[in-house]
Design a protein around this ligand. Structure first.
Ligand code: HSE
Length: 425
């Protein structure tokens, strides 16, 4: 099998290194040799993490997608413009494509899968979700007997690394982000990591495979980690929770809910203990029950591991995205954001005077919201009480109505903070 590589950055370099160091093992598993024919790079003179001996290097990507001997193109450039154009060219030239590009699949996967099918080739993308964890293969192969009703995961390594370092070591946000960039974890545009867009790309892919529906990135409601306040981390801790940036996809009565946001999860859950660049995905199937997948969510060789697993599957003809490629996927019915039910954490800043807490809880009660736990943290220099409340499960629209009502009172001295809670039981 002769391959061509588009991009020799973190992931491309990792693929070359892993193919070289595990050459014998990979060939044994494939039953044939994989050889790199050509690789395209932006700048021939740039320093790389891998050796480029033994294959041709070019600055012209078309040399890869048009190469007559190349059977598989590895798209490891990222982004959705040049990468999309080159992926389309490769598929039209009847070359299989393996990509680590979650943005490309989440946004254009439906049309690219159709293009692959029309040209009798495959497009595989294990590395696009959760780095080195073989999560798409688990869904597509190991869990095929199940109806899936929940996928919940920490699926952005950079975000989890930042939140862990801030919580454990009190480090500064920007300082940790710089380290994540130096380690090759972060996206070219790190706001994709911080604002949850990268996790939303990945969640759209997971939901599509888990529920057998078309890819729909636009349906994922997305909130990042930039608004997570150290005070909420510490109050959540006191209440028995950890705040994680979670992607959640649920199927409830045939309707789908997909969202990415900071989430309180009970400390005793395994997901609560997933730290640093590690990712983890919880999947609940109606036959197997809950299953959990854990591993590095970013990094050169971890991501290369997933890219090469697709390559081996392709050589052996055992890849599992046939149902994804060849059969008609359903159009999904999504639950409107207002009608999503959740438990909520509220943090309210109010003047410290008699009757305030009673008034807040009576507004909640009027909207049929009961208080599961409450703490009043401290009175600050301006005589503000910091009140944190965990509610029962309630429709988002009811919660919002109650918050608007609370917010309108003149004893409220700051914007009411609201974070969803997932018990994951
Ligand atoms: N920027 C991504 C992350 C890379 O941090 O998870 C892996 O998709």
């Amino acid at each position: 099998m002769k391959i061509g590589i588009l991009g020799l950055g973190t992931v491309g370099g990792g693929v070359v290194n892993v193919l070289s160091k595990n050459h014998q093992e990979i060939s044994r598993r494939c039953g044939s040799d994989i050889s790199i024919e050509i690789a395209a790079v932006k700048d021939l003179k740039q320093k790389r993490i891998c050796s480029t001996d033994g294959f041709k290097l070019t600055e012209n990507s078309n040399d890869v997608v048009n190469h007559p001997d190349v059977e598989v193109v590895l798209e490891l450039i990222g982004g959705t413009s040049i990468a999309k154009d080159l992926t389309e060219k490769a598929l039209k030239n009847k070359k299989h494509v393996i990509t680590a590009n979650k943005a490309l699949i989440a946004k254009h996967g439906n049309e690219l899968l159709k293009l692959a099918k029309d040209n009798s080739v495959s497009i595989l993308f294990e590395a696009s979700v959760a780095g080195g964890i073989p999560i798409l293969k688990s869904l597509g192969q190991g869990l095929t007997a199940n109806k899936i009703d929940l996928v919940a995961g920490i699926i952005n390594g950079t975000g989890n690394f930042i939140m862990t370092e801030m919580k454990e070591k009190g480090r500064d946000f920007d300082d940790v982000l710089k380290e994540a960039q130096a380690l090759g974890y972060a996206e070219a545009d790190p706001t994709f990591d911080i604002e949850g867009i990268d996790a939303a790309h990945k969640l759209a892919i997971l939901a599509s495979i888990a529920f057998g529906v078309e890819l729909n990135f636009e349906a994922v409601s997305t909130e990042g980690i930039s608004q997570v306040d150290p005070e909420d981390i510490s109050i959540a801790d006191e209440l028995g929770y950890i705040i994680k940036h979670l992607g959640v996809a649920k199927k409830i009565d045939g309707r789908i809910d997909t969202r990415v946001h900071p989430t309180l999860i009970p400390k005793k859950r395994l997901l609560a203990n997933v730290n640093g660049v590690m990712n983890a995905v919880l999947i609940k199937g109606n036959a197997v029950g809950p299953t959990l997948y854990y591993g590095p969510g970013a990094g050169d060789e971890a991501t290369a591991s997933a890219v090469i697993a697709d390559l081996v599957d392709l050589v052996k003809g055992t890849h599992s995205n046939d149902e994804f490629c060849w059969k008609q996927l359903e159009k999904a019915n999504y639950i409107e954001k207002d009608n999503v039910e959740s438990i909520f954490y509220l943090r309210i800043l109010a003047s410290d005077k008699p009757g305030v807490l009673a008034d807040i809880t009576s507004i909640l009660a009027k909207h049929n919201i009961s208080v599961e736990s409450v703490v009043q943290k401290q009175i600050d220099a301006d005589n503000n009480a910091h009140i944190a409340i965990i509610t029962n499960k309630i429709l988002t629209k009811e919660m919002n109505k109650a918050i608007n009502e609370i917010q309108a009172h003149d004893y409220i001295t700051g914007t009411v903070k609201i974070i969803p809670v997932e018990t994951l039981d």
